[in-house]
Every structure is written in structure tokens, then in C-alpha cells.
Design a protein around this ligand. Structure first.
Ligand code: ADP
Ligand code: MG
Length: 554
């Protein structure tokens, strides 16, 4: 069968552009093996026959020096033909278009590791292998329903039936001539310790051991466990290195880049749980898609129950990844039960607070890093102002805006805005628009500039909702610089009244000329250099909002 075009493109990129850290292929294969064991253990909770009497998850590395192959074998869920075709022959996500664009983009060409965010784990094998053979059989199916999948990354793969006694998957890599170093057991052991130590199932390898001395010496073969197997989230913080935290992140989040923040916490008291959460450093391409998978992985007493448990975090923190383990939930919880469960609600509250506190600390102590975070996830975080009224103020403190007083690409927060307000300024002013350039040139801002009043630039689509949900901050109300009749101070008000009287005829003439196109023509307090501008009434919709609704077909 032919690979989908994008797969072949990806393979070419893997083979020809990715030269560093080739050893991560092993991490990817082990991570898949571990995922597959998680799955079969979970399904066995309702159908124990799937385990076929073999219920200890295990991942085995097999080196064959003569054949030049390394094999990663697991007793996980396995694949049938359909699974193999969709999992190994396509790129199974909805963002194929974005993915293709990314493949062509300069950014990815210069930093090929960025491709990792698209979840291309298995294909990493082709960085070191000239041929990859997958022998697999799905749990619960008869031995003759095994599948052999094979490819040399030359545009196509073959798929055939085979007999396979044991359930699960074997990925056999025939190493390229110049990648034979991966046949070295010492090397493999180091790679496992470095990247996969936290995997909870034993990763084993047959090693030779010499017993006795001199003439009595005999060589025996022993199965050695290479990883320490301790669930990272249950360990003590002091025992964990930054690298271990980061490697585990890559495993749970299916990301290749280090996270921006690690939140590791054991809650005690009425609701006991352990959690290891991460704030990623880069937004995944599908963050705003409808089918974006939300929530940390849920474990109950060491069994993985659900990969994305959306009840554990509010939507506006959907970028958070990681693991939550509870001992108090039943093993057979369903999504429906979770939704109503009080423990789950308590966990969600604690997590929400922890994450917001962490972001607050980050903003205070590591501002530059926070700005990077904000550029990636600020749009999502902001939704909280609207959807989580109880924490509105906490979230408002985390918001950043460009303004008439910041340089392009730099920000102010609301507190600093308020600190800078001249004594007589009553409101917090903002203007919405699509880009800084668009709003900066707006005639609406002329009077504000002259007065020395700062105006916040609200450039995200959602900002209109945010401004109206915020309503006020530290007793200052938010007011659009674009809406209604704005007077900046009492003095101006008087002058304007006089002028309105004086130029009454002119205003009437213009109104008659324009007819029904406008509601009203009046003198404005906001213009300095431009002769006129169009505004919406104070109770009408903001023009930016109108655009959004129109584009949604309303
Ligand atoms: P990801 O792990 O992010 O889903 P991969 O490219 O690593 O992406 O794997 C693609 C898919 O192939 C997996 O989602 C899974 O369905 C399937 N797969 C890979 N390795 C195994 C395995 N050892 N056992 C069962 N399925 C596997
Ligand atoms: Mg994977």
C-alpha cells in the first residue's frame, strides 16, 4: 500500500533533516509500548479474558547483532489490520492541512524537531532503520489473525497476515549501516535510563553475565530490568531531576519540547490525590479545534483509567497536561460518573487554584518566560474571565495587553495601567481591532493621546466578551474608546455644548445629506487631527464584535 503523501513527506524530513538526538526513536517506541499496555489493562477491567492469562505488562528489548536488528516487544493491546493501516500508514489527526503547511514552512525546515508536536513518534524509527517490521496481534483475537507490517520508507508499505501466539506488538528495526551503535547493549541501557526510567512497566533486556572465576567461569543469560519503574508523580520532589520531569512530560503530552512549568503536588486531607501537571511551552496546532483533547491522564491506584479526563480542569486551562492519581475513585468510573463526582470536583478546584497560582508566580518572578507563555496561551486563559466569575479577579491579574504606551510586542497588565492613570481619568479605556497597526492609526485615539490617557489594545477575537465580562477592575470600569459619546473631562463638556449650539445648522445639513445611512451627526470630543469619524451608539454592538458575528453567519 502507498503511504499518504504527508507521511512520505514526513519520512523524507525525518531521514534527511533530523540528525541530532536520533536515540529518541527508542523513547518513542517504548512510549508506544507503554501506552499499548495501559490500554489492554484498562480494557481488561471489564473483560479480563483479554489478558489471556498474561497480566504483567512488560517491554522487552532484543538485540540481534548478526541480523543487525533491535526489537521492541510488548504485551499490550496490539493492532489488527485496520488499526495498523490507520495508525502506521497515515497521520491520524484532523489537522492534516496545518500539518502539511508546517512541513513546508521555513520555521520547521530550520527546526525540524518542531515536527514533534504533530505526534509522529513511530516514524522516528526511520531515523536509524532502513527497514521497519511490525509484527502484532490484537488482544482477544485468534493467533492466526496476526499482522506483519513492513516498510523501507520508500513510499509504500506491505501488510500481511501471520501467526502470532502472544498478543501485543514487536517493532523490529533493521539498522542502517552507520547506526549500528544501537546494537550496543550498554548504549541501549543508557538511553532507557535517560529517557524512559519513569515507565511503570519493566523494560527488560537479556544480558550475559559471567559467574565464577577461571576455569569454573560460566556465562549465563539473565533478564535485566533497565528502568527504576517508579511512577514519577508518586515520588518525592527531592528525588526527581529536571530532566526526568521533562522526559515524562514528553511521554504524557506527546510533545518534543520541554515544558514551561512543572507543577507537582500531593494533596492530603478529605480528598487525597497526587498530581504532576505541566504548562507546555508551545501551543499545539489544534488548541482551538473542536475535537481538541482536554485534560490530564487519570490513574486510579496505578491503573490508567482515562487518557484525557476533561472534568479535571476547566476549559480555559485546557493547555495543561499531565497526570492525576487518586486512590478514592472506583476503578470502573465512567465519564458520566466523573461528571457528578464530588471528589473530582474537589480535585478540579485544587488544580485550578494551583495552576493559577503557578502562573501568578511565573508572572512575578520570571516575567519574560511568562510573556512567552502568554503569547502562546493567553487567548485561552482569558476565557476564564468570562466562564469562571468566581476567579475573575485572579485571572484579570494574569492578563497582559499592548497599549498606546507599550512598544509593539511588549505588554502592560491592568494593575500597571491603573498605576499610570492620571488622577482625573475615571475609566479604563480600550479599543478592539485585528492588529496593533489597525487600532494604532485609529482617529478614535487622538483625543486620548492628547489627554495622556492610555488606551489598551484588545486584539483577540474574544476580547469583546472579555471586556464586558471584566466590567471593572479595582473599581475602575472598562469603557470602549469607540462607543458612544465620549467626553474626557468636565471642561470639555462645556465647550462642546457651546460648539454644538453654534454649528447646529452645519450638523443638520450633513445629517440631511447622509439621510438614513447614519443615526445622528454630532460634534465629537474625541477628534484632534481627523475631520470626522464613524462611531457606534453606546448601547450598540462594538464594530469588531459585529464583524465576528457576521463572519459566523449571524
Ligand atoms: P502517538 O503515540 O502520539 O499516537 P505514534 O506515531 O507514536 O503516535 O503512534 C501512532 C499509533 O500507532 C498509536 O497511536 C497507536 O495506535 C499505534 N501504535 C504504535 N505502536 C504501538 C504498539 N506498540 N502497540 C499498539 N499500537 C501501537
Ligand atoms: Mg507515540
Amino acid at each position: 500500500m502507498e503511504f499518504k503523501t504527508e507521511v512520505q513527506q514526513l519520512l523524507d524530513l525525518m531521514i534527511h533533516s533530523l540528525y541530532s538526538h536520533k536515540e529518541i526513536f527508542l523513547r518513542e517506541l517504548i512510549s508506544n509500548a507503554s501506552d499499548a499496555i495501559d490500554k489492554v489493562r484498562y480494557m481488561a477491567l471489564t473483560d479480563s479474558s483479554l489478558l489471556e492469562g498474561d497480566d504483567d505488562g512488560k517491554i522487552k528489548l532484543i538485540v540481534d547483532k548478526d541480523a543487525g536488528t533491535v526489537t521492541v516487544r510488548d504485551n499490550g493491546i496490539g493492532m489488527n489490520q485496520e488499526d495498523a493501516i490507520s495508525a502506521l500508514g497515515t497521520i491520524a489527526h484532523s489537522g492534516t492541512k496545518e500539518f502539511l503547511q508546517a512541513l513546508k514552512s521555513e520555521e520547521v525546515k530550520e527546526n525540524p524537531e518542531l515536527i514533534g508536536q504533530f505526534g509522529v513518534g513511530f516514524y522516528a524509527s526511520f531515523m536509524v532503520a532502513s527497514k521497519v517490521t511490525v509484527r502484532t496481534r490484537k488482544a482477544g483475537e485468534p493467533a492466526e489473525n496476526g499482522i506483519v507490517w513492513e516498510s523501507a520508507a520508500d513510499g509504500s508499505y506491505t501488510i500481511d497476515q501471520c501467526h502470532k501466539e502472544s498478543r501485543g506488538t514487536e517493532v523490529i528495526l533493521t539498522l542502517k549501516e552507520d547506526e549500528k551503535e544501537f546494537l550496543d547493549q550498554w548504549q541501549l541501557r543508557n538511553i532507557v535510563r535517560r529517557y524512559s526510567d519513569y515507565i511503570e512497566y519493566p523494560i527488560v533486556m537479556d544480558t550475559e553475565k559471567t559467574e565464577g572465576e577461571g576455569d569454573d567461569a560460566t556465562t549465563i543469560i539473565e533478564e535485566e530490568t533497565l528502568n527504576s519503574r517508579k511512577a514519577l508523580w508518586l515520588k518525592d520532589k527531592a528525588e526527581i531531576s529536571e530532566e526526568e520531569y521533562h522526559e515524562f512530560y514528553k511521554h504524557v503530552a506527546h510533545d518534543f519540547t520541554d515544558p514551561a512549568q512543572v507543577i507537582h503536588y500531593h494533596a492530603e486531607g478529605t480528598t487525597e490525590f497526587s498530581t504532576l501537571l505541566y504548562v507546555p511551552s508551545r501551543a499545539p496546532y489544534d488548541l482551538f479545534y473542536k475535537d481538541f483533547k482536554i485534560g490530564p491522564t487519570l490513574y486510579v491506584r496505578r491503573v490508567q483509567i482515562m487518557e484525557h479526563c476533561e472534568d479535571l480542569v476547566p476549559l480555559y486551562l485546557r493547555f495543561v497536561k499531565g497526570v492525576v492519581e487518586s486512590a478514592d475513585l472506583p476503578l470502573n468510573v465512567s465519564r458520566e460518573i466523573l461528571q457528578k463526582n464530588r471528589q473530582v470536583e474537589q480535585i478540579r478546584k485544587t488544580i485550578t487554584k494551583k495552576v493559577l497560582d503557578t502562573l501568578g508566580d511565573m508572572k512575578r518572578d520570571e516575567y519574560d518566560k511568562y510573556v512567552d507563555f502568554y503569547k502562546e496561551f493567553g487567548k485561552v486563559l482569558k476565557e476564564g474571565v468570562h466562564y469562571d466569575p468566581k476567579r475573575k479577579d485572579t485571572i484579570a491579574d494574569l492578563l497582559l495587553f499592548e497599549s498606546t504606551q507599550t512598544e509593539a510586542g511588549t505588554y502592560t497588565d491592568l494593575q500597571s495601567y491603573i498605576n499610570r492613570m492620571p488622577a482625573e481619568q475615571e475609566h479604563i479605556y480600550y479599543i478592539t481591532g485585528e492588529s496593533r497597526r489597525e487600532v494604532e492609526g485609529s482617529p478614535y485615539l487622538e483625543a486620548f493621546r492628547e489627554k495622556g490617557y492610555e488606551v489598551l489594545f484588545m486584539l483577540d477575537e474574544i476580547d469583546d466578551f472579555i471586556a464586558s465580562s471584566l466590567a471593572e477592575c479595582r473599581e475602575k470600569s472598562f469603557q470602549s474608546a469607540v462607543k458612544g459619546d465620549i467626553t474626557l473631562g468636565k471642561e470639555d463638556e462645556e465647550k462642546k455644548k457651546e460648539a454644538q449650539e453654534k454649528h447646529k445648522d452645519l450638523l443638520e445639513l450633513i445629517k440631511n445629506e447622509l439621510g438614513d445611512s447614519v443615526q445622528e451627526v454630532r460634534l465629537s470630543g474625541r477628534l484632534k487631527d481627523s475631520p470626522c469619524c464613524l462611531v457606534t451608539g453606546a448601547s450598540d454592538m462594538d464594530p469588531q464584535m459585529e464583524k465576528i458575528l457576521k463572519s459566523m453567519g449571524q
